[in-house]
Design a protein around this ligand. Structure first.
Ligand code: ATP
Length: 239
């Protein structure tokens, strides 16, 4: 059975100024599944996520559960349930961990904010221990956890994450992907993850996509990808 699409992108074109970077992209994130987007630097991965989150204008169709998102401002797309953890993490460096969560919780009804913040602090004991510390003082891994918690506090339907392991130690990267796995197991949260560390990402993925020069050039399951020697040598190396 084909899983029902939750997020669907069709025929997306986008770029910067006169230069087109995405040349007709089709991407589907099925309900409850984790999709990993692989591709070399400059292939257009970040640009695609910025289009979906409404930060960058694009032509083509973007739908969440059948509703068009194209043309909506970023805050409305986020309110409808598409969350982006940007590369570089997008936390407020001068605010404490708790205040970073509090800002994210503002999108919830007032009565739910404290409960939801405590829930995320319980879930990340390392953040709870450092709840009064400025986010800028956290380690890279802790900042990534905080960014994920911030994105999840609004109860997204799709979580997009741009290179979550960037700059993290192998152990920390593994921890971050364990968090994704838990989130997915607990709530069936659908995710679109851009990741250079293909070995790690494919471990949690239901589906993989490869983007090259602004076009999707391959799609399939992680198992299919492992069977393709050319893709393995291009994207996975000797793992
Ligand atoms: P990376 O892993 O390096 O972030 P990526 O696959 O995410 O790579 P993008 O960041 O989407 O790639 O970049 C795709 C293309 O768009 C590149 O050629 C890049 O130089 C160009 N580009 C990205 N951001 C801008 C910008 N703000 N203005 C002009 N060109 C840009």
């Amino acid at each position: 059975p084909v899983a029902e699409p939750l997020l669907s992108v069709q025929g997306l074109h986008a770029g910067y100024g006169h230069g087109e970077v995405l040349h007709g992209i089709d991407v589907t994130v099925p309900r409850g599944q984790v999709v990993v987007l692989l591709g070399a630097n400059g292939a257009g991965k970040t640009t695609l996520m910025r289009c979906i989150s409404g930060e960058l204008r694009a032509t083509g169709r973007i739908e969440l559960d059948g509703d068009a998102l194209g043309g909506l401002p970023a805050h409305q797309i986020s309110r409808r349930g598409v969350a982006l953890v940007p590369q570089g993490r997008g936390t407020f460096a001068d605010l404490s961990v708790r205040d970073n969560l509090a800002v994210a919780a503002l999108q919830l009804p007032r009565a739910e904010r404290d409960v939801e913040m405590e829930r995320w602090l319980d879930r990340f004991p390392r953040l709870a221990e450092r709840s009064k510390v400025a986010a800028g003082m956290l380690s890279g891994g802790e900042q990534q956890m905080l960014a994920i918690a911030r994105a999840c506090i609004g109860r997204p339907r799709v979580l997009m994450c741009d290179e979550p392991s960037l700059g993290l130690s192998p152990a920390m990267s593994k921890e971050v992907f364990e968090v994704f796995e838990q989130l997915h197991d607990e709530s069936g949260l659908a995710m679109l993850i851009v990741e250079q560390n293909a070995g790690l990402a494919l471990g949690v993925a239901d589906l993989a996509l490869v983007i090259e020069g602004g076009r999707i050039v391959w799609r399939g399951t992680p198992r299919d990808l492992h069977d393709d020697d050319a893709l393995v040598s291009a994207y996975i190396g000797d793992l």
